[in-house]
Design a protein around this ligand. Structure first.
Ligand SMILES: Cc1cc2nc3c(=O)[nH]c(=O)nc-3n(C[C@H](O)[C@H](O)[C@H](O)COP(=O)(O)O)c2cc1C
Length: 269
């Protein structure tokens, strides 16, 4: 009886949660970003966990693609953990719909409030808020691990309101358009030192370094994960769609325990 924990993460919140769950329940940690390129077969695990950030009120497109491709029926127990900045979301509804396409249900859903990693939607958290949320998430992970170990069911109640339908429409628009073109508006400022960190952390391999110049190859999808903006050591990545945060004009966020190299590892095959 063993467990696959697949994860996707831009700034480490979901990676850290996935790592901690994997440690507690003794699971294999597998990056969603390399699933398409993976050559070795996935082992005979009987349980599947999927951990990812909420993007635009639901799951990131790369996670949606993964859930359409992975054979859910080969797992006896499936759990889903989403991390988010704090807005309402449609994860339970949308993942359940994807599972139903394979005549499968998800056994447990968990949602963790973690530090926000983009001021596209909300302001970033203060240092104190980051500390609090990170600590609370660590406690929540222990509860999740217990439920998973016991293979218990946990489906949180879902409100069925008009606003959820509206959020669904907004999510579809954002997902199909790389956040209204946001994913196509990255550039570097003169502070860029061409260190290449952005190239290595980008989970879609979209960022390329050519002749001392960083550019975004629009032939690759942008997962809009904000890893490049948040891990740039020179804070040199800008997006024309990203207004300066009101409270922290030049700040960045990534999970304190997750380094750029850890994020980069999710694309190493
Ligand atoms: C493009 C984008 C969209 C986001 N949309 C939402 C959202 O709709 N609701 C929310 O609560 N948080 C949202 N967030 C915040 C992240 O879900 C949250 O910070 C998450 O824990 C980041 O996880 P990661 O570090 O594993 O990438 C968004 C972040 C990004 C980059």
């Amino acid at each position: 009886m063993s467990i696959d924990v697949f994860y996707f993460s831009g700034t480490g919140n979901s990676l850290q949660v996935a790592r901690q769950i994997a440690r507690h329940v003794d699971a294999w940690l597998r990056p969603i970003a390399t699933y398409d390129r993976q050559t070795e077969p996935i082992g005979p695990e009987d349980a599947l966990g999927v951990v990812f950030p909420v993007h635009g009120f639901s799951l990131p497109r790369v996670v949606e693609t993964f859930l359409k491709r992975v054979d859910l029926c080969r797992y006896e127990y499936i759990f889903v953990v989403s991390t988010k900045g704090g807005s309402p979301d449609l994860v339970v509804r949308d993942v359940s719909r994807l599972a139903r396409r394979q005549r499968r249900t998800v056994d447990a859903f968990f949602s963790l409030s973690m530090p926000n990693n983009t001021h596209f939607i909300h302001d970033l958290d203060t240092d104190d808020e980051v500390d609090q949320k990170v600590r609370r998430a660590e406690e929540d992970v222990l509860r999740i691990a217990t439920v998973v170990q016991l293979r218990d069911k946990y489906i949180p109640p879902q409100a069925k309101t008009f606003s959820l339908t509206l959020l669904g429409a907004v999510h579809r628009f954002l997902s199909l358009t790389e956040f209204g073109g946001f994913g196509r508006r990255f550039s570097t400022t003169s502070a860029c030192t061409h260190c290449g960190v952005c190239v290595t952390v980008c989970p879609s391999r979209r960022i390329v370094m050519g002749k001392g110049r960083v550019s975004w190859d629009t032939g690759h999808p942008c997962y809009v994960c904000s890893a490049c903006v948040n891990y740039c050591p020179a804070q040199a990545i800008r997006n024309r769609g990203l207004k300066p945060s009101r409270t922290q004009p030049s700040s960045q966020y990534h999970h304190p325990a997750v380094r750029a190299l850890d994020i980069a590892a999710q694309t190493e095959t």
